[in-house]
Design a protein around this ligand. Structure first.
Ligand code: AMP
Length: 421
């Protein structure tokens, strides 16, 4: 027997009966991003691994445990991208993408890869949508980016989600805050997990983000970043809240949001859907003002977000939302006999080139088998062409719902079909 293969763990096929849902959410994202004047950028799915090690941060789970790293035939070390921002910034710097002097708005969509324990809503290959705004430090822009994400979720019809915002300050605020965290956590080191023990030296904020229940319980009483914001960060955070209120976007403040990556500053936010279970983050983002410079560009401030399509689709299914029309043919062509098949082929094509979805089952011979296929296709109309009809230069049009059948002339079939709604 031939070998049969299985899909890699943590990945999934998007099968034909699901793919229209993906198409739908991607189209809506495209539309919304364009309405906010964001332009698409597409980067490769692999990059030199250092790009992520240096930016995402070597204390992050992504870099420590989750990167798909490999060497190519020349021994260069690459990684499948675990997230989109580092690649977009790399491209922004490499291509001098200072398209506008008032801010550059970019969006992307595509697969990301993380070697994590697969579970509902968490995969090893998953698909993200995201935006990045380069060139402004203004909290106005933070509000715009959040508004775009909110508008996207709302346009899909989602209701069961909450926006949580935080400010994680800047390196200036972190000096005192990191020290306060170290002081707070140090007496608990014996109770904290190994990861937290390692992280406390490199990035103590990350201890706020640990998912292990004992660590979580301890972190619940840790000092809040919001008590350590310097004047500028506090002002920006106040402005963001005002702008979101002006935009009528409901939010709550959650001082525990730290985001998983090292490069964030000031605004951090997440859209949460509590019906999703453990993996409840629909999308998340934040400001990363130092990153462009860190990757060799100018000192350009930036903010962005990314979300996963899988959790989005799951949430939409949970809320019973529509993904637009399920694709199906409008006409199913039943052709009886070789002559009808010969005449039928260009006719079928004529319909299709008008962008009208039409199908046929050329390998089925009998009327019964072809009608069965027509029924299965879900087409509301069937066109039936046999020898008798050919002689009379007509074709039967059958309304599959009512069963009504009428003759139409083959010669101007398109015009006649056109008049059917
Ligand atoms: P992150 O880059 O970790 O902030 O993730 C941003 C968003 O991507 C999350 O809110 C999820 O919607 C999605 N996401 C992240 N990791 C995964 C994963 N392993 N599987 C599915 N979706 C994910």
């Amino acid at each position: 027997m031939a070998d049969r293969y299985k899909i890699p763990r943590g990945t999934f096929d998007i099968l034909p009966e699901e793919s229209y849902k993906w198409q739908y959410v991607k189209n809506v994202f495209h539309q919304i991003a364009q309405a906010y004047n964001y332009r698409e950028i597409v980067t490769p799915i692999f990059e030199v691994s250092q790009l992520f090690e240096r930016t995402v941060g070597d204390s992050s789970d992504i870099v420590q445990k989750e990167m798909y790293k490999f060497q190519d035939k020349k021994g260069r070390t690459f990684a499948l991208r675990p997230e989109g921002t580092a690649s977009v910034v790399r491209s922004y710097v490499e291509n001098n993408l200072h398209m506008n002097n008032y801010g550059d708005r970019l969006f992307y969509m595509g697969p990301m890869f993380r070697y994590d324990r697969p579970q509902k809503g968490r995969y090893r290959q998953f698909y993200q949508y995201g935006v990045e705004y380069f060139g402004s430090q203004n909290a106005y822009v933070d509000a715009e980016v959040i508004a775009l994400a909110y508008q996207f979720l709302k346009t899909l019809g989602l209701n069961n989600f909450q926006l949580e915002i935080n400010s994680i300050g800047c390196p200036n605020c972190s000096k005192d805050y990191d020290k306060a965290l170290v002081d707070f956590f140090t007496p608990h080191l014996g109770e904290l997990c190994q990861d937290c023990n390692n992280r406390i030296k490199k990035n103590p904020k990350r201890l706020l983000d640990c998912k292990i229940p004992t660590c979580k319980a301890i972190a619940a009483n840790a000092p809040s970043m919001l008590d350590y914001l310097d004047e500028e960060c506090q002002q920006d955070f106040d402005s963001l809240q005002k702008y979101l209120t002006d935009l009528e976007i409901p939010f709550t403040i959650n001082p525990r949001i730290v985001r998983g990556l090292d490069y964030y500053r000031k605004t951090a936010f997440e859209f949460i859907n509590n019906n999703l279970g453990a993996q409840n983050a629909l999308c998340g983002g934040g400001r990363y003002d130092g990153l462009v410079k860190q990757l060799g560009g100018k000192d350009v401030p930036a903010i962005g977000f990314a979300g996963g399509f899988e959790r989005l689709i799951l949430s939409m299914e949970n809320e019973g939302l529509s993904f637009g029309e399920i694709p199906k043919p409008k006409y199913f062509f039943v052709m009886l006999g070789n002559d009808a098949k010969e005449v039928g082929l260009p006719l079928l094509n004529k319909i299709r080139v008008q962008n009208i979805v039409a199908d046929a089952a050329p390998d089925k011979a009998s009327l019964k088998a072809q009608m069965k296929a027509a029924n299965k296709s879900g087409a509301p109309f069937t066109l039936i062409l046999g020898d008798e009809e050919l002689k009379k230069n007509i074709i039967f049009l059958k309304d599959m719902e009512t069963g009504d059948q009428k003759e139409i002339a083959l010669d101007n079939i398109l015009e006649q079909l056109d008049s059917i709604k």
